[in-house]
Design a protein around this ligand. Structure first.
Ligand code: HEM
Length: 132
């Protein structure tokens, strides 16, 4: 990822952070619409899950410019996910739901370079998680 892409991701995340609850609702609704088979991996009540996801995203985005610092945490997250029954193929619909959510939240500000920067971010994080 280039420094410009890191900045695009951080600036655009700052714009969706104030609507984190709405974004989390949009994300899970979209995910379960495009990949209903993953619903059973999650608990019935998603309240805690939504908070944790947004916190983790915030941590990742804040530290993108020093990605080596978060790699051990991302590897540990990936190992825990294997324990939740998550497989490599599940990462694709999750990435698609994330990009779709950002598009809803950012509207016209979800420009092609912003989309590319987020795709690079997700691909990097998901790659580290699945490799672990
Ligand atoms: C970049 C990718 C992802 C991030 C940042 C992420 C983040 C998180 C976080 C922070 C947690 C809280 C628990 C923990 O820290 O271990 C969690 C739990 C979980 N995630 Fe993910 N996740 C990602 C990808 C996925 C994918 C691809 C799936 C598959 C559908 C998934 C399904 C789950 C499930 C089932 C739980 C546990 C729910 C529970 O039993 O409470 N995640 N995730």
């Amino acid at each position: 990822m280039t420094p410009e892409q890191v900045k695009l991701v951080q600036d655009s995340f700052a714009k969706v952070a104030p609507i984190a609850d709405t974004a989390a609702n949009l994300f899970y609704d979209r995910l379960f619409a495009i990949a209903p088979e993953v619903r059973s991996l999650f608990p019935e009540d998603l309240t805690e899950q939504k908070k944790k996801l947004m916190q983790m995203l915030a941590t990742a985005v804040t530290n993108l410019h020093q990605v080596e610092k978060i790699i051990p945490a991302v590897q540990a997250l990936g190992k825990r996910h294997a324990g939740y029954g998550v497989t490599a193929k599940h990462y694709e619909p999750v990435g698609a739901a994330l990009l779709w959510t950002l598009e809803q939240g950012l509207g016209a500000e979800f420009t092609p370079p912003v989309k590319e920067a987020w795709t690079a971010t997700y691909t990097t994080v998901a790659g580290v998680m699945t490799a672990a």
